[in-house]
Structure formats: C-alpha cells, structure tokens
Design a protein around this ligand. Structure first.
Ligand code: NDP
Length: 242
C-alpha cells in the first residue's frame, strides 16, 4: 500500500486530486486543511488532519502523526496555497502589506519546504518517492491579476523543485512541478476571469477544471512518469505557451 499526502484537499484542485487518487487501489490518502473539520465530505477512506502548513511545528506534528500510523509517505503533493486577487485588477507592490507578503510566502513556499524537509528522510529510507509541487502559470510569465507576493512564492516552488531534483539523484525519488493556468475554483472566484474571458484568451476555449490538474498528478505518480524529474508541466489550455 502506498501512502499519499496531498495538502489542501478540502476544496478546489486539491479536492479533485484526492477524489482521483481515491479511485486507485492500494493507496492511502491523507489530506489537510486549516479547519478542525473539512466543510465538505471527503471521498471514502481519505484521512483528514488539521494542519497549518505555514507553521513548521504544525507540519512536524502532522508528519509525525502520519508516520506513527502509516510508517511512511510515498507521495507528497504540495497543493495548499493562498492568493489575494481583486476583481478590478492586481494588487500593486506598494499596496502589499509586509504581513501579507510573509503570509503568502510562508503558506505557498515555506509550507512546501517544511513538508519536503520532514518527508524526504522517510522516502530516502524506502528508496522511493514522488513529490509534486503545485506552482502557477503566473510564475512562468508574470500573471495578469496575480500580485508579486503570489508570483514570487510560485516561482520559488519551481526553484525548490529544481534544487531538490539535483540533490535527490540516486534516491528513487522524483520531484516535479505542475503549473496550472486559470482553474475554476474558489481561489479565482473574486477575480474577473469568467468563461467568456477564457473563450477569448485560452486556445482550448475554457477555464481549467480541478480534474485537469488531477489528471497530470495521476500521470506523475504513475510508472509512465518514472523518467520525468525536475520538470515543470504546464496545464493551462494553451493560454501560456513557454
Ligand atoms: P482553493 O482556495 O480552492 O483551496 C485552497 C486549499 O488550500 C484549501 O483546501 C485550503 O484549506 C488549503 N489551505 C490554504 N491555506 C492553508 C494552510 N495554511 N494550511 C493548510 N491548508 C491550507 O485553491 P485552489 O484549489 O484554486 O488552488 C490550489 C493550489 O493551486 C494553490 O497552491 C494555488 O496557488 C494553485 N493554483 C491555482 C490556480 C487557480 O486558478 N485556481 C492557478 C494556479 C495555481 P482550508 O479550507 O482548510 O483553509
């Protein structure tokens, strides 16, 4: 039985990922969120742990709990994240408060650092691991509504992936990034990014769905992706072609 930790599975992309993984056999799925209980029913068999991934100690407690129960973590998807978008345009750098900067960096980037740091020793012991960091198309081209704090955190995840990919050679562990385009979730519900916008700007003519990203995750944890390492996979309907 493989053990997978997907952070931020209570909504949006993370929920689609755990739902897709739940259809696979021999896979125990654990997810986390900030609330004491998730607000929606999680797929059968998915375990929930309350954890603030922006806190090193909270991540340590969660990983210890998983290891105490399941003894290992084979798959780590760093999905949990936050953004501050405004319907009427991006937040300019002079309007980003220092606290907001730290909150975004701590959640989106440091959170992945904390989980990787805690989980990789167990993956090394088993000579197997699949790590996937969820970045963003905005880290690839600068973004239309995303602010500098968010873009910096997401570009940092690409750097984290590249750094680890080199460091983790000969360990049986692969590390990759997925860079979603505009995906129809709560995160972008405040922004002015409608189906009409997608028809005009995205070659495939629609906003992305959580399932689109979940499909890439299924590929990356499959045997078909055994030689994919240190890569950034764009999944954006052709919106950004790098
Ligand atoms: P949502 O806002 O819909 O969901 C975010 C998830 O992250 C929730 O489950 C939330 O849990 C969890 N989360 C947030 N903060 C924390 C924290 N401190 N500790 C633990 N869990 C936390 O976002 P999306 O599904 O849209 O986004 C998922 C990922 O994809 C993010 O990293 C985002 O940056 C990235 N992405 C999204 C895009 C989009 O267009 N939607 C585009 C590109 C990238 P809780 O409810 O408990 O707070």
């Amino acid at each position: 039985m493989r053990v997978a930790l997907v952070t931020g599975g209570t909504r949006g992309i993370g929920f689609s990922i755990i739902t897709s993984l739940a259809s696979k056999e021999n896979l125990k799925i654990i997810t986390c969120g900030t609330k004491s209980h998730p607000e929606i029913k999680l797929p059968v068999g998915v375990e929930y742990i309350q954890c603030d991934i922006s806190s090193s100690s909270s991540v340590t407690t969660m990983i210890r709990q998983i290891i105490d129960t399941h003894y290992k973590i084979d798959i780590l998807v760093n999905n949990a994240g936050i953004s501050h978008v405004k319907p009427d345009g991006r937040v300019l750098i002079e309007d980003i408060r220092d606290e907001t900067w730290h909150q975004v960096i701590n959640t989106n980037l440091s959170g992945a650092f904390y989980t990787c740091k805690q989980v990789i020793p167990y993956m090394k012991m088993n000579h197997y691991g699949r790590i996937i960091n969820i970045s963003s198309a905005s880290a690839r081209f600068g973004g239309i509504l995303a602010s500098a704090d968010y873009i910096s955190s997401k570009a940092g995840l690409i750097g984290l992936t590249k750094g680890l990919a080199y460091e983790l050679r000969d360990c049986g562990i692969t590390v990759n990034t997925v860079a979603p385009g505009r995906i129809d979730t709560d995160m972008i519900s405040d922004a002015n990014l409608s189906a009409d916008w997608a028809k005009n700007h995205v070659p495939l003519g629609r906003l992305g769905k959580g399932e689109d990203i979940a499909g890439v995750i299924l590929f990356l944890i499959s045997k078909h992706a055994d030689y994919v390492h240190g890569a950034t996979l764009d999944c954006n309907g052709g919106w950004i072609i790098t």
